[in-house]
Design a protein around this ligand. Sequence first.
Ligand code: SF4
Length: 184
Amino acid sequence: MSSEIDVVPAITTRREDAETGLRSLISKGLGWARKYSLFQYPFVTACCGMEYMTVASARYDLDRFGAALPRFSPRQADLLMVVGTVNCKQAPILRRIYEQMADPKWVIAFGVCASSGGFYDNYATVQGIDRIVPVDVYIPGCPPRPEQVLDGIILLQKKIQDQSHKLIDRKPLPTFGPEYGGER
Ligand code: SF4
């Protein structure tokens, strides 16, 4: 009797170990694949757009990082690049685009206006896009240098690799207030 009791936990533990190992292997493989196949959706609203175009040029060659191909449909993108100032009227549009993107998805705030509203400290400007969508990487600067943008991409890739990935992966959406088009 005592031998049966001893055996059951040992088998359970080995099976759990095997499942954990398999899950970890799948997570690492998916992380590796996802970090080198970013499909970005550029939400470009203001002067940071010039720097955005420079990063994609031959001199800086964003393609080296597997992140160069912009998709102009959010349904085909998993990286939202918010480039420039976002005003309150645009907030529901930004939110809608984020919701339409494929899961799992990541967001970069490109420049100080997207990160914090920048020097537009007024009622018409969103004081940071993290009030609308969850942000993974903030790139400072007005505008940021292309090297800073590349640093931001590398940082995001490290973050993606370290995240836990599942075959089906959905994050809950954050709530946001009525001033940005959310529910009252
Ligand atoms: S951060 Fe500077 S360059 Fe970029 S959108 Fe704002 S004001 Fe323009």
